[in-house]
Design a protein around this ligand. Structure first.
Ligand code: UD1
Length: 333
C-alpha cells in the first residue's frame, strides 16, 4: 500500500513514518522542511531499515502537489503538514489560515482529482474548546471557545473533512485528536527540537535541562487541581504513532470518524517536573508565575472509543517519555 505522509519529517510525522515503513507500507513524504530538518530522513532510514520517497514541497504550491500525485499512485494520505505554534498563530493569523487551510484544500483537491479517498488527519484536543474542560469524549460538541487561530484551523479542517465525506459516499476520513504528545523514539534519533524559545512544556523543560534556558516558568499554581498546577494528558509519541497505524483499518468504512489519542490519565505540570528531576537525577530550576491566558485547568482524554474500535491503547508512561527525552538530549548536545 502506498501512503502519502504530509509533514512526515516533523515530530509526530517522523515517528509515524518509521512505524509505517516497519509495517511494510511504502511511504512518500511531502514536507516543506520549514519546521524540520532533512537529517531526519537519514534517521528514519536508520531506524526503519528502509527509506521513504521524499519531496521538499509546500502544500500551498498546488501545481507541484498535483505533479506528485500524478507521478505516484497513493492509496491513502496521512496529513500532518501545518503550522502549530499557538502564540505565533495569534500574532500571524493570516499566515496560519493560509498555510493550514489552503494546504489542506489543495491536498483534498488533488485527492479528488486522482481518486484517493482515504485520509487520516492530525487533529488536536484543542477542538473541544474551553467549554469542555476535564474528560473529553468524541461526541462532545466542538468548535466553541477555541482561543487561537491554530486551534481554529484544526476545528475547521475537521468540518471540511466532514463535508467532503457527506458529498462523496466513498470517501473516508479519520481525525485523530491528540492530547499532549511527549517523548521520542527510544533510540534518541528522532524528537522535537524547536528553534528559539519553545511554547510547549516538554520542549521548554528540555532547553532548561540542557542549560540553554535558565529556568522553567510554571504558569499558575492556584488552579482548582490537586497541586494547584494544570493537568494534562501527556501521551508518548510512539504510542501516538501506533494510533495512526491502528486507524488505517477505520478507513475501510466510508464516512467521517474521530478518535481521541490520549492515555486517559491526567498528570500535573508539577508532577511532570518532579518526575523529570527524579529520572535525570538533577534539579530542574523552576518558578511559579502568573497563569498563561487561554490555559484550561485540566483536560484529558477518554480513550475508550479508540480502544474499542481500533484495538489501540497507550502503553508507555511519562517515565518512559522522560527517559527517551534524555537520550534524545544526549544525541543533540
Ligand atoms: C497546547 C495547545 C494545543 C496543542 C498543544 C501541542 C491550546 C489551548 N493548547 O496545549 O492545542 O495541540 O499545545 O502540544 O491551544 N506550561 C508551563 N510552562 C511552560 C509551558 C507550559 O507551565 O513554559 C504549562 C501550561 O500552562 C499548560 C501545560 O504546561 O498547563 C501544557 O502546556 P503546553 O505544552 O503548551 O500544551 P497545552 O497548552 O496543553
Amino acid at each position: 500500500m502506498n501512503i502519502l505522509v504530509t509533514g512526515g519529517t516533523g515530530y509526530i510525522g517522523s515517528h509515524v513514518v518509521v512505524g509505517l515503513l516497519k509495517s511494510s507500507y511504502n511511504v512518500t513524504i511531502v514536507d516543506s522542511l520549514i519546521n524540520s530538518k532533512s537529517s531526519v530522513l537519514e534517521n528514519i532510514e536508520k531506524l526503519a531499515g528502509k527509506a521513504p520517497t521524499f519531496y521538499q514541497e509546500n502544500l500551498t504550491n498546488f501545481s507541484a502537489l498535483e505533479k506528485i500525485f500524478k507521478d505516484n499512485e497513493f492509496d491513502l494520505v496521512i496529513h500532518f503538514a501545518g503550522l502549530k505554534s499557538v502564540s505565533e498563530s495569534v500574532e500571524k493569523p493570516i499566515m496560519y489560515y493560509q498555510q493550514n487551510l489552503t494546504g489542506t484544500i489543495n491536498l483534498l483537491k488533488c485527492m479528488q482529482e486522482f481518486h484517493v479517498k482515504k485520509i487520516i488527519f492530525s487533529s488536536s484536543a484543542t477542538v473541544y474548546g474551553s467549554g469542555n474542560a476535564g474528560e473529553c469524549i468524541e461526541n462532545m460538541p466542538t468548535g466553541q471557545g477555541i482561543t487561537n487561530p491554530y486551534g481554529k484551523t484544526k476545528y475547521m479542517i475537521e468540518e471540511i473533512l466532514k463535508d467532503v465525506c457527506t458529498s462523496d459516499p466513498e470517501f473516508s476520513a479519520v481525525a485523530l485528536r491528540y492530547f499532549n504528545p511527549v517523548g521520542n523514539h527510544e533510540s534518541g534519533l528522532l524528537g522535537e527540537d524547536p528553534n528559539g524559545i519553545p511554547n510547549n512544556l516538554m520542549p521548554y523543560i528540555m532547553k532548561v535541562a540542557s542549560g540553554k534556558l535558565e529556568e522553567l516558568s510554571i504558569y499558575g499554581n492556584d488552579y482548582d487541581t490537586p497541586d494547584g498546577t494544570c493537568r494534562r494528558d501527556f501521551i508518548h509519541v510512539v504510542d501516538l504513532a501506533n494510533g495512526h497505524l491502528a486507524a488505517i483499518k477505520a478507513l475501510e468504512a466510508p464516512g467521517f470518524k474521530t478518535y481521541n489519542l490520549g492515555t486517559g490519565t491526567p498528570t500535573s505540570v508539577l508532577e511532570m517536573v518532579e518526575t523529570f528531576e527524579k529520572i535525570s537525577g538533577k534539579p530542574l530550576p523552576h518558578k511559579f508565575v502568573e497563569r498563561r491566558p487561554g490555559d484550561l485547568a485540566e483536560i484529558w482524554a477518554n480513550p475508550k472509543k479508540a480502544e474499542n474500535e481500533l484495538g489501540w491503547k497507550a502503553n508507555l508512561t511519562i517515565e518512559d517519555a522522560i527517559r527517551d527525552t534524555l537520550s534524545f538530549l544526549e544525541n543533540h548536545q
